[in-house]
Write a protein that binds this ligand. Structure first.
Ligand SMILES: [Zn+2]
Length: 215
C-alpha cells in the first residue's frame, strides 16, 4: 500500500517518468490471465475448441513473460538508451517467436514439446543478463538490490513453472491420482500468477526509484 501511494505522489513532486513499460506489463499479465481463463472455460466444449484454446493459453503466458521484461529493463537502463533498446528488442523478438511457436499448428506435435518448454525457459533465463548488468551499474544503490530480490523470487516461480510443465510432475509419479486437482498444468498456472504478482511489486519499486531519483 505504501508503494502505491508513493507512486501516486512521487510524479507530482519531481519530474514524471514514462509509465508505459509498467502498463505494458500489466496489459501482458491481464491478457495472460484472460487467455488462461477463456482456455479453461471453453476447452471442455469440443476437441476442436480445446485444441485452439490450449494454444492461446501458452501464447498468453509467453506474452506475460515477454512484457515482464519491460519495466525492469526500461527503468534500469533508461539512462543507457543503447542497452535499453538492445534488451527490449531482444525480448520482443523472442516473445513474438514463442507466441508464434505456441499458436502455429505445425509446432504442436509432441516432438516439439521440449523445444516449446526450452523457448519458455530461455525467455525467463535470459532475464539474468539485464539483472546482472543492472547490479554492476547500480550496486551502490539499495533499490537495485531490493528489486533484484523480487526478480530472483519471480525467476524461481517462473523457472519451477517451466520445469513442472516440461517434466509433468507430479502426475508422472502417480498416474491417475492428479486428474482432477494438483496436476502439472494447474501448478504451472499457480506459479505463473505468483511470479506475476511478485513482479508487480518489483515494478512499483522501480517506479518509485526512478520517480524520486531520475537517472
Ligand atoms: Zn492452462
Amino acid at each position: 500500500m505504501k508503494d502505491d501511494i508513493a507512486n501516486m505522489i512521487a510524479p507530482q513532486l519531481i519530474r514524471p517518468i514514462p509509465r508505459w513499460p509498467f502498463f505494458a506489463f500489466l496489459g501482458g499479465a491481464m491478457f495472460c490471465l484472460l487467455a488462461s481463463s477463456t482456455c479453461h472455460l471453453l476447452s471442455c466444449h469440443s476437441r476442436r475448441l480445446a485444441y485452439i484454446m490450449l494454444r492461446l493459453d501458452y501464447a498468453g503466458i509467453a506474452a506475460l513473460i515477454a512484457t515482464s521484461f519491460y519495466p525492469p529493463v526500461y527503468y534500469s537502463f533508461m539512462c543507457y538508451p543503447f542497452f535499453c533498446n538492445l534488451y527490449l528488442s531482444f525480448i520482443t523478438i523472442l516473445g513474438v517467436a514463442t507466441i508464434a511457436f505456441s499458436l502455429l499448428p505445425v509446432f504442436q506435435n509432441p516432438e516439439f514439446r521440449t523445444i516449446r518448454a526450452c523457448l519458455f525457459f530461455g525467455m525467463g533465463a535470459s532475464g539474468v543478463i539485464p539483472v546482472i548488468h543492472k547490479l554492476i551499474l547500480f550496486w551502490h544503490q539499495p533499490e537495485a538490490l531490493h528489486t533484484t530480490g523480487y526478480e530472483v523470487l519471480m525467476g524461481l516461480f517462473y523457472g519451477i513453472g517451466a520445469l513442472v510443465y516440461a517434466t509433468r510432475v507430479p502426475e508422472r509419479w502417480m498416474p491417475g491420482k492428479f486428474d482432477i486437482a494438483g496436476h502439472s498444468h494447474q501448478l504451472f498456472h499457480v506459479l505463473v500468477v505468483a511470479g506475476a504478482y511478485t513482479h508487480y511489486h518489483a515494478g512499483l519499486l522501480y517506479l518509485k526509484w526512478r520517480d524520486l531519483q531520475g537517472c
